[in-house]
Design a protein around this ligand. Structure first.
Ligand SMILES: Cc1cc2nc3c(=O)[nH]c(=O)nc-3n(C[C@H](O)[C@H](O)[C@H](O)COP(=O)(O)OP(=O)(O)OC[C@H]3O[C@@H](n4cnc5c(N)ncnc54)[C@H](O)[C@@H]3O)c2cc1C
Length: 432
């Protein structure tokens, strides 16, 4: 009965019950999280989304919200048999000015970047998942990415949002919401409301560019990252090691441009050549430098190829951890000790916010046999957090209390907005 009512709302073509059609929505892109659902609903308008949510609510049916399904922590797949509500078709884009635009939740990051570029502006969040990750999913996970040191994570770009609540009520703007849902939406992982659309900040791109891949010995990594991170013109500071650059080089069929304990890939932009200040920050350390978009892109290839290159070695265990800069040099050995039967590869963003707090978001990949809990414990011995920018999802619910300090507040809000607990019921909050 529920399914036929849902078909009436979204149409037969967008209520996927055929196993062959559902399958891509039931498993995450890494293949690590696989669930099962009776139906995938693909509403094509906010009205349809609201009607779908109301029907599910009235029937007491739990739902999982899905955007581009590029998430890393199993939050967007129906691991407990929930219905899947995919917002991928809500992809409308409207540029308001060169300072803001409105995006449907299903708009991809790449589409938003292109819309911003069409008015000579830039969107502040960038990740290698840009062709598939959606604005709704990125808000839900408070995605960070390459430019977090400059612009902060997704929540920092959010001016307003329209949402559909668990019971199907549509709230077109959160600017005057009593319970500060807007302030809590980024990072709520689809547990508080379904993002339907968002108004996002965009801004001008400074014209002059300098990119350097710097070879940094372990003894200098903290100081170099600190100096580069303090530059006015800094746009990105990425970190990886010798074995990662070799892996990427193999993946893209080139030879590695640099080798050292650490490679720091730094991008600076300003009105006026940023190269002198970047060079001053790295001192006389060896570096490959580019001042044009094309040559800079060649250096970025080594960073961007890492995710796919490691996936070719097997299905990696992926850990997204936040580590104090002072612990960077201990990270590899600590994880290797905790996972002696796996090959460890690590890379990531040297900063996790635009205040440039000395905390790095590092993606640790372990290929082989691993006890995840041993790795999580090891990270905590470094005063690190086991969740950085990918969220808690279902994968780390049992560690959520240590990783998020706002959990009690979010729980109260969820109980108010979704008292039946139907929206992403197995995500973020520890199992009760
Ligand atoms: C190659 C690659 C590189 C990546 N790099 C980065 C990176 O640098 N930084 C980073 O932070 N992440 C990165 N990611 C992870 C991923 O892209 C992000 O977590 C992204 O925000 C997920 O967006 P999505 O649309 O795919 O969401 P999904 O995977 O579909 O869902 C993720 C979570 O958001 C919820 N959700 C989805 N849509 C909505 C909505 N409309 N309303 C409410 N909740 C919703 C889901 O229920 C789920 O809990 C990367 C992923 C890949 C594959």
């Amino acid at each position: 009965m529920l399914i036929s009512d849902l078909v009436d709302v979204v149409g037969f073509d967008h209520c996927l019950t055929d196993p062959g059609l559902r399958t891509g929505y039931e498993v995450d892109w890494t293949g690590r999280y696989r669930g099962h659902t009776v139906a995938v609903l693909r509403p094509g308008s906010i009205e349809e989304l609201a009607a779908v949510m109301k029907l599910c609510h009235d029937a007491g049916e739990p739902v999982v919200v899905q955007g581009g399904n590029t998430g890393m922590v199993g939050g967007g797949v129906p691991l407990h048999g929930e219905l899947v509500v995919s917002v991928a078709r809500l992809g409308n884009l409207r540029v308001i000015s060169n300072l803001s635009l409105q995006a449907g939740a299903g708009a991809t990051l790449a589409a938003v970047q292109q819309a911003a570029a069409s008015v000579g502006a830039r969107f502040g969040v960038d990740t290698a998942a840009r062709e598939s990750a959606t604005i709704g999913g990125m808000i839900a996970t408070n995605a960070g990415g390459m430019n977090v040191v400059r612009y902060g994570p997704m929540g920092d770009q959010l001016i307003d949002a329209g949402v559909v609540l668990a019971d199907g009520r549509y709230v077109p703007s959160l600017l005057i919401s009593d319970d500060d849902l807007l302030g809590h939406l980024a990072g709520s992982e689809g547990t508080l409301a379904v993002v339907a659309h968002a108004t996002l900040a965009i801004g001008p791109t400074p014209p002059d560019l300098a990119i350097a891949m710097v070879e940094v010995p372990a003894s200098e990594i903290e100081a170099v990252v600190g100096r580069v991170g303090s530059l006015e013109s800094v746009f990105a500071v990425e970190l990886f090691g010798a074995r990662e650059v070799e892996l990427a080089a193999m993946g893209i069929g080139r030879s590695a441009p640099a080798r050292a304990d650490w490679l720091v890939l730094a991008e600076c932009r300003s009105d006026g050549d940023p190269l002198p200040e970047l060079q001053a920050a790295v001192g006389d350390l060896p570096a490959v430098v580019a001042t044009g978009q094309r040559e800079g892109g060649e250096l970025w290839l080594f960073r961007e190829a890492l995710t796919e290159s490691v996936a070719r070695l097997g299905v990696p265990h992926k850990y997204d951890v936040r580590i104090p800069h002072g612990a960077l040099n201990d990270l590899r050995a600590t994880v290797e000790t905790a996972a002696p039967d796996a090959d460890i590869f690590l890379w990531g963003h040297a900063f996790s916010d635009r205040q440039r707090t000395p905390l790095a978001n590092v993606h640790v990949n372990a290929v082989g046999v691993v006890d995840d809990e041993a790795v999580f414990d090891a990270i905590e011995t470094l005063n690190g957090s086991v969740a950085a920018e990918h969220g808690i999802g279902t994968a780390k619910r049992h560690r959520a209390a240590a990783a998020r300090s706002d959990l009690a507040e979010l729980r109260m809000l969820k109980d108010r907005l979704d008292p039946k607990g139907l929206l992403n019921p197995n995500v973020l909050f520890p199992p009760q």
